[in-house]
Design a protein around this ligand. Structure first.
Ligand SMILES: Nc1nc2c(ncn2[C@@H]2O[C@H](COP(=O)(O)OP(=O)(O)OP(=O)(O)O)[C@@H](O)[C@H]2O)c(=O)[nH]1
Length: 333
């Protein structure tokens, strides 16, 4: 009998390190002479993460929303089309950081009813510093969403351990163990793990562990899946002009706390190359980039209840597209 095509789901809250891990796994499979393919889902209208993946890797993009909210059939169709068109050896699905992965698990298992695909596992990447802060305050929709992503993982990567104290790794590992008794917990910085060891640790997805009852489950499972990230919003800004690098860096540094993830491509007035910027849980990173093909200058901001109008105004001001109100004209009669 023909072998089934292995499929992995990559889950984890916004900015936790999913794309960082995706790059490592793709490199690993390429080195092994395998042909990996990717399905990438983004909340924003543009796929900035896709720019970080080698162009030779076949990729299906699902943009402008979360797969777990669109019809389950959409993902099944994308997966089926990708498999038929590209004949990959392995497929990896990167969910948006706001997704409840169980809906994606359902879509993949549904596809396996008529395609020879096999869900190998669900890898959840955790931003340890972010989770620790939310665990200590014990509240918020983001905290509950992180819990759901952790509960259904078949392996857990405790990423960004460089941002916490060594003793806190043990503290947070204990919490994860309570939420998920099955998954192996792998501490890491920048998801630097031996790919073979990581893939070897991927266990089965425990569907019976769907959370039940509790404050975030009222209204039935369907309502909850979606209610779990109803609070998340995205604003996409297309630049028409370059901006000053220092002013832009300051703007990123001073983003409101309710914006927890931002990324984009910008051209600066005072540098020769374009930059890809990343902002996740109050940490910013700028990287020189020369995108292939036509890529606009664009930035995506993701968070909760923030004022997109204010961000837009500030960005227009940096672009010098917003004229400051003229001072009142004094007339001397
Ligand atoms: N300090 C620190 N930064 C990290 C680590 N891993 C990743 N990052 C940075 O965190 C930012 C987000 O990483 P990504 O891999 O893009 O995160 P993601 O989960 O794919 O983000 P979304 O797709 O927006 O949900 C980037 O600037 C990374 O360089 C880590 O272990 N420590």
């Amino acid at each position: 009998m023909e072998q089934s095509l292995p499929v992995y789901i990559l889950s984890g809250f916004l900015g936790s390190g999913k794309t960082t891990l995706l790059q490592r796994l793709l490199d690993h499979w390429n080195h092994q002479g395998l042909r990996p393919a990717v399905i990438m889902n983004e909340l924003g209208e543009v796929n900035l993460d896709g720019l970080l993946v080698e162009q030779s890797v076949p990729m299906a993009e699902m943009l402008g929303g979360c797969i777990c909210c669109t019809s389950r059939g959409d993902l099944s169709t994308e997966l089926t089309t990708l498999v038929k068109k590209e004949s990959p050896d392995v497929v990896i699905i990167e969910a948006t950081g706001a997704a409840n992965p169980l809906e994606i698990v359902d879509a993949v298992t549904e596809t396996s009813l008529y395609q020879q695909v096999e869900l190998k596992g669900l890898i959840t990447v955790v931003d340890t510093a972010h989770l620790l802060e939310l665990y200590r305050s014990q509240q918020g929709a983001t905290y509950r969403l992180m819990q759901e992503q952790i509960r259904c993982a078949s392996v857990l990567i405790l990423n960004k351990t460089d941002r916490i104290q060594a003793a806190e790794i043990a503290e947070i590992s204990e919490v994860l163990r309570k939420w998920n008794a099955y998954a192996e917990i792998l501490p890491a910085v920048r998801c630097e793990l031996e790919p073979e060891a990581l893939l070897g640790s991927v266990g089965a997805v425990h569907m019976e562990d769907r959370p039940e009852g509790g404050e975030h489950m009222e209204g039935g499972a369907e309502g909850v899946m979606h209610a779990s990230h109803d609070h998340v919003m995205a604003y996409t800004h297309y630049f028409q002009n370059p901006v000053n690098s220092e002013e832009f860096e300051r703007f990123v540094k001073e983003l409101p706390r309710d914006v927890y993830r931002a990324k984009g491509i910008v051209t600066f007035t005072d540098t020769s190359s374009r930059f890809l910027f990343q902002y996740a849980y109050r940490e910013a990173d700028f990287m020189r980039i020369t995108p292939q093909g036509e890529v606009p200058d664009v930035a995506v901001f993701i968070g909760e209840h923030f004022s997109s109008g204010e961000l837009r105004r500030e960005l227009l001001r940096l672009e010098r597209r917003l004229l400051t109100r003229p001072a009142a004209v004094k007339r001397s009669l």
